[in-house]
Design a protein around this ligand. Structure first.
Ligand SMILES: [Mn+2]
Length: 237
């Protein structure tokens, strides 16, 4: 069966526990990671290095991987006169923003890796798709990191801008085709509950045709929610 989780944010032990549970209960599983596997906690690189070796684990791009893709080509270069003279304020700002958003742990982890591993992580991130269309259990799903901003029924998915998949925030404004399901993370569901005037709980939220699955794994007291796309059942770690 096909499963989706998002926003693991470096929690290696949760990722391992998830894979162990899936391989025990459903050895033929396919798992989508809907972005933000890195940053905040310190196991993000380890997660990506593991996921890239598994053909049944598919990583989509999150805004944190996007920040890494912007910063790493520059940060991973050797320091030479030429590379130093190319330092500009724009690059410094993008690195500062990444660190401010939790990238420090990923940079720390990268320092422990060899050149091949660093290059493999950057290549893996550059290859990540921003969305996946999936059929399961007789339903159609669009999986993205943050939903889909600026939805227009007549527009092809390839014609949306990258930020439309990576930065959306307001759950109430997320729209998609009738009878199909938009599945996304990015905003912890405790925050969506607050937006909706409800008490904050770390559970998967089912809207009419949208499902929010970031159960705050990257935050204190949060958990990882795993959605089974075939049955719409959820379990938590
Ligand atoms: Mn995010």
């Amino acid at each position: 069966m096909i499963y989706a989780v998002s926003d693991i944010h470096g929690r290696w032990e949760k990722y391992r526990a998830l894979l162990e549970r899936l391989s025990r209960e459903d050895p033929d599983y396919t798992l989508y990671l809907l972005g933000d596997s890195i940053d905040r906690d310190k196991g993000g690189c380890r997660i990506l290095l593991d996921a890239m070796k598994r053909p049944n684990v598919i990583s989509l791009l999150g805004n944190h991987e996007f920040s890494a893709a912007v910063c790493l080509p520059w940060l991973l270069q050797d320091v030479t006169e030429e590379t130093l003279s190319a330092v500009d304020q724009e690059r410094i700002t993008s690195v500062q923003e990444w660190i401010f958003n939790g990238g420090a742990s990923t940079l720390e982890e990268l320092r422990e890796l060899n050149r091949q591993e660093k290059a493999a992580i950057l290549d893996y991130i550059r290859d990540m798709d921003v969305y996946a269309e999936v059929e399961a259990g007789g339903r159609s799903f669009l999986l993205t990191h943050a939903g889909l901003d600026h939805f227009q029924p007549e527009k092809d998915l390839e014609d949306y801008a990258l930020p439309d998949f990576l930065f959306g925030r307001a759950f109430a404004e997320q729209r998609f085709y009738e009878g199909e399901f938009l599945v996304f993370g990015h905003t912890p569901t405790r925050e969506i509950h607050r937006q909706l005037g409800q008490s904050p709980v770390d559970n998967v939220i089912f809207g009419e045709n949208k499902i929010a699955i970031d159960c705050a794994c990257g935050y204190d007291g949060g958990r990882l929610g795993c959605l089974n796309l075939n049955t719409l059942a959820v379990f938590y770690l």
